[in-house]
Design a protein around this ligand. Structure first.
Ligand code: NAP
Length: 280
């Protein structure tokens, strides 16, 4: 049966998701199609109605609509309630069920990199949408989280919001040399949830220049272009384990595929499709 799914966001033209999801549908011989629906803010409500009328099986939501989508949902999964953000919708009859697969995608990537011990200390850089998903995922997994952002008020707001919505205790501080020097030796994981280092600013790092990374650290950068980033090159040069953002990208997409189809996602096929389009 022909089914449609899509990505709603603005802009979305750069997205690698159609290549990844359509490769997964082809793998199973499914007559499904994933397309891009560029949706400016003013058209968001009308677009949701159109997708419902056209009997879409579901859709992904990206910037700037992940929080906006929540108010249209009939049911929110726990991770949506806790983070106030939805990136995957599944349509069941007339009902819209909201998921957020960013957390699962992130944790999958962490495992792929060898993981960290239970109850470890994790430092999360940034206080935007990705930091919110990552901090919550780590806290839920039983780790203690320190959120560092260049805007201390933003970090305080995020840690308070997560505490209120999910009971997670997440510490916060400003992202500076002194804080890092104190926190890094006792941490097992450093996650970059800022865009610092993303193409075309490939020589940028989210860390102050004088930061010393201890070799026992796993450094995880959510950026997937370039691979590796300046931060990951710096980490590898002192012997740290590293993980880049491609794994999270494929694994959040894989989790969305499983929500819509109920089938195990063909992760290797999806990764191969991403690597082909990403290298163009
Ligand atoms: P966002 O909501 O715009 O938040 C970005 C955060 O980073 C803000 O707290 C911002 O602080 C801070 N920041 C920006 N530039 C910085 C710099 N040079 N130094 C220190 N802090 C800086 O963005 P997001 O949605 O969280 O995404 C963050 C990154 O994660 C992006 O590169 C995105 O591509 C990546 N990402 C990857 C995946 C994946 O699947 N691999 C998924 C989600 C996101 P200010 O408010 O002070 O600017």
């Amino acid at each position: 049966m022909n089914r449609r799914v899509a990505l709603l966001g603005y802009p979305v033209e750069h997205s690698l998701s159609p290549a990844m999801q359509n490769a997964a549908f082809s793998h199973y011989g499914l007559d499904w199609q994933y397309s891009l629906l560029p949706t400016p803010e003013a058209q968001f409500g009308a677009q949701i109605e159109r997708c419902k009328e056209a009997k879409y099986a579901g859709w992904n939501i990206t910037v700037p609509h992940k929080a906006r989508m929540v108010r249209y949902l009939d049911e929110q999964r726990a991770e949506v309630r806790a983070t106030g953000a939805c990136n995957t919708v599944c349509v069941e009859g007339d009902r819209l069920i909201g998921f957020n697969t960013d957390q699962a995608g992130f944790l999958f990537g962490l495992d792929e990199a060898g993981g960290i011990e239970a109850g470890s200390r994790a430092i999360v850089l940034g206080a935007g949408g990705a930091a919110r998903a990552v901090a919550w995922a780590l806290a839920q997994a039983g780790h203690s989280v320190l959120l560092l952002a260049r805007n201390g008020e933003q970090a305080a707001f995020l840690s308070q919001t997560l505490r209120a919505s999910s009971g997670c205790t997440i510490q916060h501080c400003s992202l500076d040399t002194a804080t890092l020097a104190k926190a890094l030796p006792g941490a097992s994981l450093l996650v970059n949830c800022t865009p610092a280092g993303m193409w075309p600013h490939t020589e940028e790092s989210p860390l102050p220049e004088e930061t010393l990374l201890p070799a026992h650290l796993l450094v995880y950068d959510l950026i997937y272009r370039p691979r590796p980033t300046c931060l990951l090159r710096q980490a590898a040069s002192v012997g740290c384990r590293t993980q880049d953002g491609l794994s999270m990208l494929v694994n959040q997409g894989a989790a969305s595929f499983e929500v819509w189809t109920g089938l195990p996602a063909p992760r290797a096929v999806m990764l191969a499709a991403l690597e082909v389009v990403g290298s163009r």
